[in-house]
Design a protein around this ligand. Structure first.
Ligand code: GFB
Length: 301
């Protein structure tokens, strides 16, 4: 998300984009974050930082996810308030909605039921609304659907499904194998948004949305994990066959966002799924050596 927002702001000609990498600034450290905000006085804040991961990472590292994400979000929102940021956009995730939620999921369905156990820790956030109510801060929050695109994580133990499938079909093809293991039953349905569309939506919301209610960001279209695997196979390794590993969790049966509110504001995604998968696979091929060198395609399933 971060690199996509940087690409989009650069494309828009914004010259004064301030960033701080994890090594430069620990966003869980209030004193350090306050010092950074006092020194830099950002007017507009895109809060896209967090500890993220796929279904396995979320269910095996819950303490790390809840500790990091609650601290990062609380610390940055509080500093933005203390040092007078004009506007802040916080990005959550569609996993914030209940597991058995009406589909498509409306913003009002938030906290209307039990969360999916595999990603419960990651979902507690009503931060921006509280600062708006108490201090009148123009802080907004958006809930994007599952994301994919350039700079994704292709590590098979911590990644999300789409980069994992690109990697698995690629490895099978280069190793002359046909069978590819797909986690779960293949029946769950998921919606996917390309990160460049998300970055475009972030700029649009920073310019045009000033309401307390969080807003969904997605395509409004979903497919089964089996259909997704068949689509990736058709692009990366058409001879492949699918083997479903039902020892792995399916997670939420479906999480299709209702994007009527965003469409009503005049924003729609532009990158369709097949096009996005093809360009993401090309990015993977172009960066394969770097990914290997930095260990982001290290672990084998
Ligand atoms: O993308 P994913 O890890 O996250 O899994 P969630 C989506 C679906 O793909 C699940 C299946 O049903 C997985 O079982 N799947 C099949 C695979 N093969 C694979 C594979 O090789 N790797 C992975 N990772 N999945 C996450 C939340 O849920 O969504 C996070 O846990 C966050 O907190 C993220 O919200 C956006 O969509 O199930």
């Amino acid at each position: 998300m971060g690199s996509a927002v940087m690409r989009r702001l650069g494309g828009e000609g914004f010259g004064q984009v301030l960033t701080a990498t994890r090594d430069q600034l620990d966003l869980r450290d209030q004193a350090a974050v306050n010092y950074w905000f006092r020194a830099n006085r950002p007017e507009f804040v895109f809060l896209v930082a967090g500890t993220v991961g796929g279904i396995l990472a979320n269910s095996t590292r819950p303490a790390e996810f809840i500790y990091d994400n609650m601290l990062i979000h609380a610390t940055v929102v509080h500093a933005a308030h203390l040092f007078g940021a004009k506007k802040l956009l916080y990005l959550g995730s569609s996993c914030i909605y209940p597991r058995e939620c009406m589909q498509p999921i409306k913003e009002e369905h938030l906290l209307s039921g039990a969360l999916e156990p595999t990603n419960e820790p990651y979902a507690i956030a009503k931060l921006c609304e509280s600062y708006r109510r108490q201090y009148g801060s123009n802080f907004i929050s958006a809930m994007p659907t599952n994301l994919y695109g350039p700079n994704d994580n292709f590590d098979l133990t911590s990644s999300h499904v789409l980069p994992a499938l690109i990697r698995k079909f690629h490895d099978a093809k280069t190793e002359g194998r046909r069978e590819v293991s797909i986690w779960g039953t293949g029946a769950p349905r998921r919606e996917f948004l390309h990160v460049d569309d998300l970055a475009d939506a972030c700029l649009f919301l920073m310019r045009n949305y000033d309401a307390a209610q969080h807003i969904n960001v997605g395509t409004g279209e979903d497919l089964t994990i089996r259909e997704l695997a068949e689509t990736v196979a058709s692009i990366v390794h058409p001879e492949a066959t699918l083997a479903f590993d039902t020892s792995k969790p399916d997670g939420t049966p479906r999480k299709l966002l209702d994007v009527a509110r965003l469409h009503g504001l005049g924003w729609r995604h532009r990158i369709n799924l097949s096009e996005g998968i093809a360009s993401s696979y090309q990015w993977f091929l172009d960066h394969y050596q770097d990914l290997r060198a930095t260990g982001r395609v290290a672990a084998l399933a």
